[in-house]
Write a protein that binds this ligand. Structure first.
Ligand code: J2J
Length: 533
């Protein structure tokens, strides 16, 4: 595993970024400071910091008695329910390492996370949004891994365990594994430490103006890096503020909760922001408590940016972040033009940003473009990883030799340091904030006996920004239909957002001169063609 070089780590400690605190210890100090204040609300529950703390202590003891201890990975697949909080802190206190799956993930993905992390257990709910998660987890776990199901009697028993002292994990060790959006075959796991993540959480809470009176609405699935930490659930907890768990992110649900709970801040992806903006015009709900709306995960165009504030009666804060680390925010006191037309500037004065030659996928930190020019974004800093988990081969190209992460984003940097995201060099489709790796979907398509070759590209979409289009060349004598291929991909057990929106079955790839040499060039040519249509 690549962590930071010791010299760099020493500098991050000396600068006060890394403070030697674990998440378990953080919760203890939050309980002391905010005992009777509400920490989390949802599903008819309302738990104070003291209650969350006690539940997390009991769960930690229960996990530990069940053989989950220091360094053990546990795949966590939970929707936005209050239990998310004590469960995750309980795992942290037991020394375990949550692997954060999204509720949308299906068996092939869950299996991949479990295998890739050598997980000892999978923790999930019975059912959610019409899907039997417990059944899926048991099928994936087989006899090799434990399965914990929130809501089942065995879990209730575990959650009632008598609290006991457990050894503190190392704050510079891995706290959890996040998922990468991915651009190659399968999502990579991102190792985040207590120290590095807590730094980003602490600063995010400050930059987004969170205080103990704030109320954060978790609209997006809370295991994702954005609603988890930008400033998200953890930022809210850190500030002593309450988090309201929205079961769904639609405007009706969100507006009902904003009114009922006096929500002051939330974070959404651009298509959701657009839906909220539209719905605000005809809602009967009182949204006056809402002060800040963060928009990010995909580019928020200027037109949408201009509408957010007036429509929702709040301030817009753009956020450009990644589970690998770097998070940029427009600041609440930034001039309007920067807020509307950039995706913000980095959290830390020690976030190093390099804008390099966009034509060379292996450009190094020295290959700078002229100031203000468009280039590929490289970054390293006190909360950006130096390598994916168990991925030595991939790490050779995903990072430069001097430890910069190749984000795959094309940006332009203003003199103020603010970044404008202008495009992408990675083989990924950003479907309204949900990331789809082209190669992953191509591999699923090519598993179909009627498919010779496939290339998945982004096509512009009015609502989502981008949708996926799969160009498919059939095998000799075969003619699979688009519907059959979409059904096939779905049947492989993948998140619904990865099923190609459009499938074009073609005799050969409709571009000449490319295709046999590099899939990258082929995708670029197909994407250009799809855009013209
Ligand atoms: C353009 N592209 C953006 C933006 C992310 C906060 C917010 C988002 C994420 C996230 C996150 C973008 N404009 N405003 O982790 O803490 C694209 C970029 C980036 C990739 C990362 C957070 N905000 N993106 O989206 O790991 O391409 O994190 O590299 O899912 O999303 O995706 P992810």
């Amino acid at each position: 595993m690549n962590l930071w070089p010791e010299e760099t780590a020493a500098r991050y400690r000396a600068s006060g970024y890394w403070r030697g605190q674990t998440f378990g210890a953080l919760l203890t100090s939050l309980k002391e400071a905010y005992a009777d204040r509400t920490a989390v609300v949802g599903e008819g529950q309302r738990w104070t910091f003291a209650e969350v703390d006690e539940r997390a202590h009991r769960l930690a003891a229960g996990f530990s008695a069940d053989g989950i201890g220091q360094g053990d990975r546990v795949v966590v697949q939970l929707p936005n329910i209050p239990e998310f909080v004590p469960v995750v802190f309980g795992l942290w206190r037991a020394g375990a390492v949550p692997v954060f799956a999204l509720p949308a993930h299906r068996d092939s993905e869950l299996r991949h996370f479990a295998e890739q992390s050598s997980a000892k257990a999978i923790l999930t709910v019975g059912g959610h949004a019409g899907h039997d998660h417990a059944k899926m987890a048991r099928e994936v776990a087989q006899q090799q891994r434990k399965v914990f199901v929130v809501g089942e009697p065995e879990f209730a028993e575990l959650a009632a365990s008598a609290p006991r002292e457990l050894p503190e994990p190392d704050s510079e060790g891995i706290a959890f594994l996040q998922l990468s959006g991915g651009s190659t075959g399968l999502p990579k796991l991102i190792p985040r430490t207590h120290d590095d993540y807590l730094y980003s959480v602490r600063e995010s809470a400050r930059i987004c103006g969170l205080k103990k009176e704030s109320v954060y609405l978790a609209a997006l699935p809370v295991a994702h890096n954005f609603p988890l930490s930008s400033p998200g659930l953890l930022g809210a907890l850190h500030a002593g503020a309450a988090t309201v768990m929205a079961p769904r992110p639609d405007a009706d649900t969100a507006f009902r909760l904003i009114e009922a709970e006096g929500v002051t801040i939330s974070g959404v992806v651009p298509p959701l922001a657009a839906a909220w903006v539209q719905a605000a015009a005809r809602t009967g709900r009182d949204l006056s408590s809402l002060d800040v709306l963060l928009v990010g995960g995909a580019k928020c165009g200027r037109e949408l940016a201009e509408r957010v504030g007036p429509a929702l009666g709040c301030r817009l804060q753009q956020v450009f972040g990644m589970a690998e680390g770097l998070v940029c925010y427009t600041r609440l006191d930034d001039p309007e033009d920067l807020v509307l037309s950039t995706q913000g500037r980095p959290i830390s004065p020690d976030d190093e940003v390099r804008v390099v030659n966009p034509d060379d996928p292996l450009a190094t930190s020295g290959d700078l473009v002229e100031p203000g020019g468009i280039g590929a974004l490289l970054t390293r800093g006190p909360y950006t990883i130096r390598g994916y988990y168990n991925a030595a081969e991939h790490n050779k190209t995903a990072f430069t030799e001097d430890g910069f992460y190749r984000t795959g984003d094309l940006v332009r940097q203003r003199e103020s340091g603010h970044l404008e995201v202008v495009g992408r060099a990675k083989e990924q489709i950003n479907r309204g904030g949900e990331k789809v790796a082209a190669e992953e979907v191509e591999n699923h398509l090519m598993a179909h006996p009627g498919v010779l070759d496939a290339a998945v590209v982004a096509v512009p979409d009015e609502y989502l920004g981008e949708r996926t289009c799969a160009y498919v060349v059939p095998a000799d004598g075969e003619q699979p239909s688009a519907a059959e291929l979409r059904r096939f991909v779905r049947g492989r057990g993948v998140a619904a957002f990865k099923v190609p929106d459009l499938v074009e079955v073609v005799g050969e790839f409709p571009v000449t001169g490319v295709g046999k040499t590099s899939k990258r060039e082929l995708r670029a040519a197909l994407a250009a063609l799809a855009k013209e249509r």
